[in-house]
Design a binder for this molecule. Structure first.
Ligand code: CTP
Length: 399
């Protein structure tokens, strides 16, 4: 197996009884071709010895910030890591990371790193469910960390419940998904739009829609991992910018229109995952509309269709490749085919939003990818990251 060939993995181990499983993970990672740098917290060393990791990884285990000071170990380790995993992650280390504390080699190294961070918590159920831990996990998630588990199962001292460390095999599978070996978009420029637009009515109100931006952000993240130069034009979305992606925040359809048309001039691919408002209030009140003034009548006027304008501007050329999205509830394929023709896109990703597990605001999606060349690819319910990968596979096949 060489799924992680040459990938530099920082393996942080913190002090929980499950720390022994980190030795198994180190062995799996090395077996998958990764170069593993183990960093043990002081607590971890009560449970498992550094010698075990040195033997398994063939690399020196570093434990203290003040060893080897001249070489700036934490900065060097942090910068060189392509992915960092803390396995197991105690409640304490989650709290430190959520607050940016850096009082040992592991936490200073993680603060100095910019690579994807994977955390596998393990602790007693009460600690996992404590409001403090939940808030810390929410903060870390919002910042882009992947949280794996914990599983539900036997814990220390004969207890059972959520808090059990995920198995090392699950971590390996996640890393392989997170770091696809393929760089098939290297040298390509990809523009992605994401989220909904907001059309102001007055200084405090707007017309908007339910798009969270998750699908578009997943496409941007996947394209960046595959080596593309990615420009993400995002409507208001409370999501972290994926690593390596250049982000442009916009509010209205008109703003998005201007930025996207500008960027598309040098793009190979434009992926239009944004839910763009077709209409905007014809007049925006400069002061807040008051209830006492009675029920307001908001007159609307049409917005430009960004996708149509892009296709028109491209003329007969094949680039940039245009990927549209459509959310449909009925007769998904027929509506999709008609929209593909009407918009002149090369690919149309049709979201079936009739259920609650796909489409708006959730982490999963179920789509049908329709191509101008007649192809149809069904992607059954999957994470938005996986769906993004499937969409890019279709793009790459046609570049
Ligand atoms: N789109 C766009 N500009 C608009 C509206 C839509 O670029 N003003 C893009 C979306 O980003 C999406 C695709 O067009 O990629 C389809 O959007 P959708 O809202 O489904 O299309 P509409 O033409 O508005 O059709 P409908 O009548 O179903 O709303």
């Amino acid at each position: 197996m060489s799924e992680l060939a040459g990938t530099r993995v920082l393996l942080g181990v913190t002090g929980g009884i499950a720390a022994y499983k980190a030795a198994l993970l180190a062995r799996l990672l090395v077996g998958a071709g990764a170069s593993v740098d183990p960093v043990l917290s002081r607590g971890a060393e009560h449970f498992i010895g550094a010698a075990t990791f040195e033997g398994l990884t063939g690399r020196k285990v570093r434990g203290e910030v003040w060893e080897d000071v001249a070489s700036g170990t934490h900065v060097e380790l942090g910068r060189s890591a392509e992915v960092a995993i803390v396995y197991p992650a105690t409640a304490h280390v989650l709290a430190k990371l959520a607050n940016g504390l850096a009082d040992d080699l592991l936490t200073t190294t993680l603060l100095a790193s910019r690579c994807p961070l994977v955390l596998a918590p393990a602790m007693h159920t009460e600690m996992w469910e404590h409001a403090a831990t939940r808030a810390n996990v929410a903060t870390l998630r919002k910042r882009g960390a992947s949280i794996l588990g914990p599983d539900d199962g036997p814990l220390m001292g004969g207890d059972t419940g959520p808090g059990r460390l995920v198995d090392p095999e699950d971590v390996l599978a996640h890393l392989v998904e997170l770091l696809p070996g393929t760089r098939d978009l290297a040298g390509r420029t990809v523009v992605v739009t994401a989220g909904g637009t907001r059309e102001p009515i007055d200084p405090v109100r707007f017309l908007g829609n339910r798009s969270s931006g998750k699908m578009g952000f997943a496409v941007a993240a996947a394209a960046a991992r595959r080596g593309a130069d990615v420009h993400l034009v995002a409507g208001p979305a409370s999501l972290p910018t994926p690593p390596g992606v250049t982000r442009y925040d916009v509010g209205t359809t008109l703003e998005m229109h201007r930025v996207v048309l500008d960027l598309a001039a040098r793009a190979d691919v434009v992926v239009k995952a944004a839910a763009v408002a077709d209409f905007r209030p014809a007049a925006v009140s400069t002061s807040k509309l008051k209830k006492a003034a009675g029920v307001p009548v908001v007159e609307l006027e049409p917005n430009p269709d960004i996708l149509l304008d892009l296709v028109e501007r491209r003329g007969g050329a094949a680039t940039p490749m245009m990927v549209g999205f459509a959310a449909e509830t009925d007769d998904v394929e027929a509506e999709g085919r008609a929209k593909l023709e009407r918009k002149g896109a090369d690919l149309l990703v049709v979201n079936d939003v009739s259920g609650s597990d796909a489409g708006f605001e959730v982490d999963t999606n179920r789509v049908v990818i329709l191509a101008r060349d007649g192809a149809r690819v069904d992607v059954p319910l999957a994470s938005k990251a996986e769906v993004a990968g499937r969409i890019l596979d279709e793009v790459v096949a046609r570049l």
